[in-house]
Design a protein around this ligand. Structure first.
Ligand code: IFM
Length: 430
């Protein structure tokens, strides 16, 4: 069974919930949201869940859920001014928030980068520019000094795959660039930024745990003839990041890429990238099937007649067990937290209630899957539900609801869904 010391939490990210666009610098998502048809419902993050104004009420709500920990991210363009100095009001917001959480005995898990790159850095090439990795380390240095004593656990990056591949390679996320070279280069600079930021964290707060959050969608062959495709997709999307961090090497698939799309890597980069981390954050939502293409590459193949969430993602809890067991076999890992897991469902409110039993079932089966992995020897020490509340789901806008808490975006009313009540009941039982 999940041990009593196991950390249970809920997670959010700055751009997805904060709002208050006018009190921070612009980020790449503000710009991307203005591009026609970039966001399904043409929305933006200007108000979101108005968490900037409602944070005290939200902290009470988190405390009422009886979680051990809250995972949040800091908005770089809110924390720092363009000249690199501290935005006192912006960083003050996080100081107050973290102080209030600590006062309620809620552990603070802080992600430094959850996709909201300052636009002025994108204007100089963003993550394609090596300087951005150093700018990120300087930001990590300042923030970790300023927030001394208020953070229990740092994550440098959230899901560099999404920033690099979705943002720079296929362009469905900000900044909307479609170039394989840009995607591979951005991935490398993100990982370099992670390594440099780790050095800053070690220097400023050696006693605070620090790591990185990676997302994994385990790959499966569509047919017996598609095994190579599934393997390649896994190397390209999943192992690319973890292998660099743990083993200090990219998968050998790197050498199969045409030279003109390979990232520029400088001597020592892989050493910086692969310094020890205290934990690995694993985000899991679904698995993906792949088939071979005519040119011996891979492409996604959707299964039909399988249970799916409102994102169209297959519900496959066993994939989480299989993922954890295989990572544990492939690498020498530190402890693992499941830093995100959850489901978007088409929720509706009746009599002020949201009876999201499909989400309850998702959590139930995935927590059992974590338990199965622990029973097979994987050192998992925490689990964070994504998300505390409905929020801005990136290219899908507000149409997809991942929250344990329902948000009425007209009134900003928060309503605890059945899943929130059951998650809370589970935690109180311990
Ligand atoms: O909402 C996102 C989150 O920001 C990063 N991980 C996946 C979630 C669901 O798509």
């Amino acid at each position: 069974m999940l041990k009593p010391a196991f950390t249970f939490g809920v997670a959010t990210a700055s751009f997805q919930i904060e709002g208050a666009r006018d009190s921070r610098l612009a980020c790449i998502w503000d710009t991307f949201c203005k591009q026609p048809n970039a966001i399904a419902d043409q929305s933006d993050g200007d108000i979101a869940c108005d968490h900037i104004n409602l944070w005290q009420q939200d902290v009470e709500m988190i405390a009422d859920l009886a979680v051990d920990a809250y995972r949040l991210s800091i908005s770089w363009p809110r924390a720092l001014n363009q000249d690199g100095t501290v935005n006192q009001q912006g960083l003050g917001f996080y100081r107050d928030l973290l102080t209030a959480l600590k006062a309620r005995n809620i552990k603070t898990y802080v992600t430094l980068y959850h996709w909201d790159l300052p636009q002025y850095l994108e204007d100089q090439g963003g993550w394609q520019n090596r300087d951005t990795a150093y700018a990120f380390a300087a930001y990590a240095d300042i923030v970790s000094k300023e927030l001394a004593g208020l953070v229990d656990s740092y994550a440098t990056l959230n899901e560099p795959f999404c920033s690099a591949y979705l943002g720079y390679e296929i362009g469905v996320h900000a900044p909307g660039i479609k170039s394989q070279k840009a995607g591979r280069q951005a991935a490398h600079h993100l990982l370099l930024g992670h390594g440099l930021a780790m050095q800053a964290l070690r220097k400023n707060c050696p006693d605070t745990e620090a790591g990185i959050v990676l997302n994994f969608s385990p790959t499966y062959p569509l047919t017996a003839d598609d095994k190579l495709a599934a393997f390649q997709a896994d190397q390209y999307h999943n192992q690319w990041y973890i292998k660099a961090i743990i083993d200090g090497q990219y998968p050998s698939l790197l050498n199969e890429l045409p030279e003109h799309v390979q990232p520029d890597i400088q001597p020592q980069d892989m050493v910086i990238i692969s310094q020890p981390i205290d934990y690995l954050g694993v985000n899991y939502y679904t698995r993906i099937h792949y088939k071979c293409t005519a040119d011996n590459w891979f492409e996604e193949a959707n299964l039909t007649n399988v249970p799916i969430t409102d994102m169209g993602w297959e519900v496959y809890p066993q994939g989480l067990t299989e993922l954890l067991v295989s990572l544990n076999e492939l690498y020498t890992l530190p402890k693992i937290y499941i830093t995100e897991n959850g489901a978007a469902m088409a929720d509706s409110v009746h009599d002020n209630q949201v009876l999201d039993y499909d989400r309850v079932s998702y959590y139930h089966t995935h927590l059992n899957a974590v338990n199965d992995a622990i029973n097979q020897g994987v050192n998992v020490q925490g689990y964070f539900a994504w998300s505390l509340m409905d929020n801005f789901e990136w290219a899908y806008g507000y149409e997809k609801r991942f929250g344990l808490v329902y948000i009425n975006y007209q009134t900003q009313q928060r309503i605890l869904k059945e899943s929130a009540k059951q998650y809370c009941a589970l935690l109180k039982q311990r």
